[in-house]
Write a protein that binds this ligand. Structure first.
Ligand SMILES: NC(=O)c1ccc[n+]([C@@H]2O[C@H](COP(=O)([O-])OP(=O)(O)OC[C@H]3O[C@@H](n4cnc5c(N)ncnc54)[C@H](OP(=O)(O)O)[C@@H]3O)[C@@H](O)[C@H]2O)c1
Length: 348
């Protein structure tokens, strides 16, 4: 079970405090890391966005299309109508949809094969899909669904994409600066972006002995576990950056971010009695998906970030990730446990 200090528990341990924390965060002053401008284009880039059928993911895919990217939308639903909608809105015809269910390992394998066969390579990968389930559910491989969708599927997807050379990590141009220090062009270094959450700071510690084990829970525990899986995701992202850029030379930028509270469909499984209230609060206080997508597009498209091995943004502000997530021992342990679990599933 996840243990928390009294202070941490206040912030994200139930839907009400999590919502209030999110609203409070929106009004906190912050120094922006930079600015997304219209000249931050993605022409010639192939961008993979998952969970692009709804909410933030749909808004990210739309803005990527507007900025000239070839967009691959990896989705569980909305095929082909969501892609067609983006073509209509943006006029960009280079929009493609591929099916995936992140709760199923075989479906992730199929997605990777389809990306490799149809597109060869991807320049920017945006791992966005996420859920807050009403209760625990078993995946086809017997794992817990939120563990799988919010964390483990990303470990599997990114590792399979890297293994299949879909991200051109080795061939990347190391620098976009001339000897005089002037910018000479856009970086070819791939970027991998994870949509995490500030709630990753909430759990007090890792529960290594329970890693990957199925557990029963209901809605009350769901929010708490959501923060725990975002901690796993943030720890993985930092460890991934360390492994891809071992000597500090940038071969692949890895970014993570929290979009703040977004008026999306994330609370779709909330108990029926709360839904009208949540809808109203989300509508009044939360950011529209298009606004919430701005920092994601900044991470994807801005040349300001060329040369960075890792970054974490909360809204548009740069922040340090939680110290547990940044600890290399934790990163190493998580990587090993995740790899072992994946091998076990592969051999079953
Ligand atoms: N909303 C917030 O306030 C907030 C705050 C911080 C972080 N985030 C994060 O932002 C990300 C996007 O969420 P959102 O707010 O935009 O919620 P959303 O509107 O519910 O979108 C979630 C997306 O994930 C997809 N998805 C869920 N389960 C999947 C599965 N098994 N396989 C494939 N795709 C799956 C959904 O597909 P379907 O449409 O087919 O279900 C949908 O496209 C999540 O990672 C979330 O944790 C959200």
């Amino acid at each position: 079970m996840i243990h928390m200090t009294a202070h941490r528990q206040k912030k994200y341990n139930n839907p009400v405090t999590a919502t209030l924390t999110g609203i409070g965060d929106l009004f906190r002053k912050q120094e922006p890391a930079g600015r997304l401008t219209d000249s931050d284009r993605l022409d010639g880039k192939t961008v993979l966005v998952d969970g692009a059928s709804s909410g933030l993911g749909f808004a990210i895919a739309t803005d990527c299309a507007r900025r000239g990217a070839r967009v691959i939308m990896a989705c569980r639903s909305g095929i082909p109508e969501k892609g067609e909608k983006i073509k209509r809105i943006t006029g960009n015809r280079d929009i493609h949809m591929l099916p995936v269910d992140f709760s199923d390992v075989q479906s992730i394998r199929n997605l990777v094969s389809a990306i490799r066969e149809k597109f060869g390579s991807v320049d920017i990968g945006i791992c966005n899909a996420g859920i807050v389930p009403r209760q625990s559910r078993k995946t086809p491989q017997g794992l817990e669904e939120m563990f799988m969708v919010n964390y483990f599927s990303k470990f599997i997807l990114i590792n399979l994409l890297l293994k299949n050379d879909v991200f051109k990590v080795e061939e990347s141009a190391p620098s976009t600066f001339s000897a005089q220090g002037k910018r000479v062009g856009r970086s070819a270094v791939p970027r991998i972006i994870f949509i995490a959450s500030e709630s990753h700071r909430n759990p007090e510690k890792f529960e290594w002995d329970d890693f990957g084990k199925y557990r029963d829970y209901t809605i009350g525990k769901s929010i708490e576990l959501y923060g725990y899986y975002k901690l796993l995701l943030t720890t993985f992202s930092f460890e991934l950056s360390r492994r891809l850029n071992p000597d500090g030379t940038v071969r692949c930028s890895v970014f993570s971010m929290c979009p703040g509270p977004v008026n999306s469909n994330i609370a779709r499984e909330a108990p029926k009695v709360f839904r009208p209230l949540l809808k109203m609060v989300f509508g009044i206080f939360f950011k529209s998906p298009a606004k919430a997508a701005v920092p994601v597009l900044y991470l994807a498209a801005s040349p300001d970030l060329d040369g960075r091995v890792f970054d974490y943004l909360f809204l548009m502000g740069r922040k340090a990730i939680d110290e547990k997530a940044a600890n290399p021992e934790n990163g190493q342990r998580l990587w090993e446990l995740s790899g072992d679990l994946f091998h076990k599933i592969e051999n079953e």
